[in-house]
Design a protein. Sequence first.
Length: 285
Amino acid sequence: MSTPAEPISPRSPRVAAARRLARRNFRTKERRFIAEGPQAVREAVAHRGEHGPTLIELFSTAEAAERYADIIDAARAAGARVHHASDEVLAEVSQTVTPQGLVGVCHFLDSPFEEIIKSRPRLVAVLAHVRDPGNAGTVLRCADAAGADAVILTDASVDLYNPKSVRASVGSLFHLPVAVGVPVEQAVAGLREAGVRILAADGAGREDLDAELDAGTMGGPSAWVFGNEAWGLPEETRALADAVVRVPIHGKAESLNLATAAAVCLYASARAQRAPGGCRSVTPS
């Protein structure tokens, strides 16, 4: 059994500093964010960024330290400062109603957009005008599951490090490059220059996803642009795309929510790219 060695008071400046990360302005200033729960903390422990290990410190209850001894030991081995925290302390630093006993403070880990372009990505999700943090995190999770190479959040989208976004990603935030604050015009131009086809997902799109698959047009590198949950993509954003594609509704449902539509689109591209004749990789020109 592993037990954190450093008891910490609810009045500790470290607790106050972690609590302030609930606010975006403090996250941006400190370039730090909160990751909660065993899955997110485990992924944070394993991740390394420009500062080295991404996890800076970890607050753990005694019960969680016993249950997740492997995470505690790995956090210590990675150089994170581990604190023994009471339920009162966890309530102070947690952003959930029922904390799971582990709360980590992490360095920001977003990637420069230019680095993503240089990597010649095959499959990218672009979140343009996505304002709901839960949806943003879920789309990131879908992109990770589909094998996407990167996710881009435009400057009109929600904060990547919003606690709800982090929780909804269920650890996928730590798995693939994510660029933030990129103007949608810049994102589209950079991806197109890298040989990526731009597909705007829209329920009123002229092109049908099934028809695109049947026509064999989905096998090359592609980037899906997803819009706002309520009103979709504005006309000026749709105009930037090579094709505006709708997910066909074969039943009586009025529509699909953003995350479900994103999963369908990303998996369609992933399958097409892995089919015989599909583009599994991109050769730099």
